[in-house]
Design a binder for this molecule. Structure first.
Ligand code: ATP
Length: 360
């Protein structure tokens, strides 16, 4: 355990009857970080968070908080408050009373309770609603009350389970920056469960990607985006073109032999004869009308569609084998390209922009 470890999961398994929801988790949460746990529906994100909150007991393994096992600690005696989508605010208490509630339960005196609640009402910009009923608030206002209510006790760690999923798109983006700033300013460790890549990647210092109860990769958003560790991660992020094949000896080093062609590899990532997948970011895949003379990794394609979102254009193309290739560029980068449906082009990339991942 390193000095900055706050929580460690050591060989943690969670079964419900014969179904194993979390297969074996070994990872650490660092003090003061914003960690996002991401993955598709049913991969075990919420179960992992609930075990940390003490709402589920691990079937095997140990969860430690500041080096001490907490498997047997009841929820109420852990310093791990949780904010989730349904919020669970008390409808019979007003905003101020909701925020003061946890302090009252901890025996904090009335004046001190009031003072600390005021601070958080102010910080979350909900002072003007202090005497209102929860039912008289908008979704975004409720979200702020829920955050104030959890943070007023100054916990070491805050658990958030899809807290923004019920909000509309514009409010979601605003709340993302509220959350990120709050985490930075308070230094409280945030563990944030989401299935949204944009939420995870815009807020988190590190992201855990789960699939079917196991961790596929853990790293900074940039590491995961640039160097996905497995085919699952590359597929899940959906920002790369993938070519599967076998590694063979080529004239100038190793190549990957795929149905779309033989592609030069950079580095020595896999042994001869091994099955592997080459991932190339759609932003690093280029297009030309003429076959580029100096490029070694070239695939003839034809245009099947295009999409413009904000400043970015995405071109959808197809290889002769029917594999879809995506290329993402700024508008001006593709302004001179003929992009009518059916137009033949060449997709290409530099070998150093290709990244080989294990097939599994
Ligand atoms: P989502 O994004 O849909 O919330 P998730 O990744 O958070 O998914 P979990 O809620 O952790 O997934 O559930 C993981 C798996 O465990 C799912 O297949 C779910 O059906 C199962 N599961 C969760 N809780 C229970 C339970 N109490 N009893 C039986 N199975 C459960």
């Amino acid at each position: 355990m390193s000095r900055d470890t706050l929580v460690s999961f050591e060989g943690v398994v969670k079964s419900f009857g014969t179904f194993v929801a979390v297969k074996k988790l070994d990872f650490e949460i660092r003090k003061g970080e914003f960690l996002a746990i991401m993955g598709s529906s049913g991969c075990g994100k919420t179960t992992t968070l609930r075990m940390l909150a003490g709402l589920e007991a691990p079937s095997e393994g140990v969860i430690k908080l500041s080096g001490k096992p907490i498997n047997d600690l009841p929820t109420w005696s852990r310093d791990t408050p949780m904010v989730w989508q349904s919020l669970a605010l008390f409808p019979f208490l007003n905003v101020r009373e909701n925020v003061e509630f946890a302090l009252k339960m901890r025996g904090v005196g009335k004046a001190e309770r009031r003072r600390r609640a005021e601070q958080w009402l102010d910080r979350m910009q909900i002072t003007e609603f202090a005497e209102r009923n929860i039912s008289q608030l908008s979704g975004g206002q409720r979200q702020r009350v829920a955050l104030a209510r959890s943070l007023v006790v100054e916990p070491e760690i805050l658990l958030l389970d899809e807290p923004l999923s019920a909000l509309d798109a514009a409010l979601k983006v605003r709340m993302q920056s509220v959350l990120k700033n709050l985490q930075r300013e308070t230094g409280i460790t945030f563990v944030y469960v989401t299935h949204s890549q944009s939420e995870a990647f815009s807020m988190a210092d590190r992201v855990v990607i789960m699939s079917r109860g196991v961790i596929e990769q853990i790293g900074t958003p940039q590491e995961i985006y640039r160097t996905p560790r497995t085919r699952f991660v590359a597929d899940f992020l959906g920002s790369s073109n993938l070519f599967s094949g076998k590694v063979r000896a080529g004239g100038q080093g190793k190549v990957l032999d795929t149905p779309a062609g033989q592609f030069a590899l950079s580095g020595d990532a896999a042994g001869l004869g091994e099955a592997a997948t080459l991932t190339v970011l759609d932003t690093k895949t280029h297009l030309s009308v003429e076959k580029p003379a100096n490029a070694v990794n070239v695939v003839p394609v034809r245009v099947i569609g295009e999409e413009f979102v904000g400043a970015t254009a995405t071109l959808y193309l197809e290889t002769a084998q029917g594999q879809e290739i995506r290329v993402q560029k700024g508008h001006d980068e593709i302004a001179d390209l003929p992009t009518d449906i059916g137009q033949g082009l060449y997709a290409w990339w530099n070998p150093q922009d290709g990244h080989l991942v294990a097939e599994a």
